[in-house]
Design a protein around this ligand. Structure first.
Ligand code: TXA
Ligand code: MG
Length: 336
């Protein structure tokens, strides 16, 4: 592949000519990276096995890890699956377009390579117009994992995609920073109980309330075979990254160059920049889940460029509204 092109595309009102050009690349079996409300995706025609193979090659992704299929609306989602249970109808009505992926038995329109041979497929309708218009214009479902190198941090800016995949993707649509900032909730509706395979902005409590039934969650990094993307180490920056619980901060001074990300606010008993913990570290603080999720990957990626000795993430409280962010922190870091 010669080189990667970048075109600006407004997230809510993209230029139709830009969309037409991107859609043509997809129809021709090429790769286009585009913004969704969560993170940038690396898209290919989901019905074209050779195009999908290019996704795996570009990312260095193991062929055992299935891809999410993105569609423009509920009717197109139904074409990708064999059965459409009432639960799917209710959740789609409530949360689509939005950051919820539904795992259902797949239809014959979806080739093996997309689902890594599994008999289920993950489908979702992304919220940003740029994504939905692109899918509509391409006229087919679009397989799209996060547009990063396998096991790296998901991209929330077009520049992140370029840094990881320059020369490996035909076109990047630059729609600015994504707003949710972490990946969609993945919900398995193919087993006995609705099961959250990956927590996200839409919580299991919200899902349970809308469905009026019990929803379970895979424990942290449990059953990796069920959702192969949920391997323990994932989303990791190159810099050694450690997590600390806010009620158990390091007691002794930390040597070297580091940055502290205090997610969920400064921990109690924090004495400001004078304490041994932060006397010579850079400090980044965020208080609310929506901003924490928007900034987490951005910070991890930008700080990774500084060549620090470590990154230290102060974890947010163990509460439902922080669950998805704690999950991503756990995958990006090791305990101090
Ligand atoms: O927000 C998102 O979901 C982003 C944007 C681009 O839509 N996409 C994304 O894709 O995060 P990816 O491939 O990075 O993560 C997909 C996750 C993986 O953990 C994968 O194992 C799981 O979803 N998954 C996909 N299809 C599945 C299936 N049929 N059964 C179980 N897990 C599945
Ligand atoms: Mg990913």
């Amino acid at each position: 592949m010669p080189s990667t092109r970048i075109l600006k595309a407004d997230p809510n009102q993209p230029d139709p000519e830009v969309i037409a050009e991107a859609a043509q690349i997809l129809r021709g079996g090429g790769l286009v990276a585009f913004a969704t409300e969560t993170v940038y995706g690396l898209g290919a025609d989901a019905t074209n096995p050779e195009a999908v193979a290019r996704i795996f090659a570009a990312k260095g992704r193991p062929s055992t890890n299935p891809l999410i299929v993105h569609v423009a609306d509920r009717v197109s989602a139904q074409d990708c699956v064999m059965i459409w249970p009432d639960q799917a109808e209710i959740l789609a009505e409530q949360f689509w377009p939005g950051p919820l992926t539904l795992v259902l038995p797949r239809s014959r329109h979806i080739p093996d390579i997309v689902t890594a041979g599994q008999n289920t497929v993950g489908v979702r309708v992304p919220r940003l117009d740029v994504a939905r218009w692109l899918i509509l214009e391409a006229g087919r479902p679009i397989a799209a994992p996060s547009a990063n190198r396998s096991l790296g941090v998901s991209p929330t800016l077009a520049q992140h995609v370029l840094a990881d995949l320059d020369g490996k993707v035909d076109l990047i649509l630059d729609s600015g920073p994504t707003t949710v900032g972490i990946e969609s909730t993945v919900l398995d509706l193919s087993s006995d109980l609705p099961t959250v395979l990956r927590p996200g902005e839409i919580t299991m409590e919200q899902i349970a309330e809308v469905l009026g039934e019990t929803v379970v969650s895979l424990g942290h990094a449990a059953e990796p075979a069920k959702s192969p993307g949920q391997m323990d180490v994932h989303y990791a920056p190159r810099t050694r990254a450690y997590r600390v619980e806010r009620d158990n901060l390091p007691k002794s001074p930390i040597i070297g160059q580091f940055a502290v990300l205090a997610i969920g606010g400064l921990p109690e008993g924090w004495n400001g920049p004078g304490n041994s913990f932060t006397s010579h570290g850079r400090l980044f603080v965020t208080f609310k889940p929506i901003y924490a999720s928007r900034l987490l990957y951005f910070w991890l990626r930008e700080l990774d460029l500084l060549g620090l000795d470590y990154l230290i993430v102060v974890a947010p409280p163990d509460e439902p509204r922080w669950r998805a962010i704690r999950d991503r922190i756990w995958r990006a870091t090791r305990p101090w």
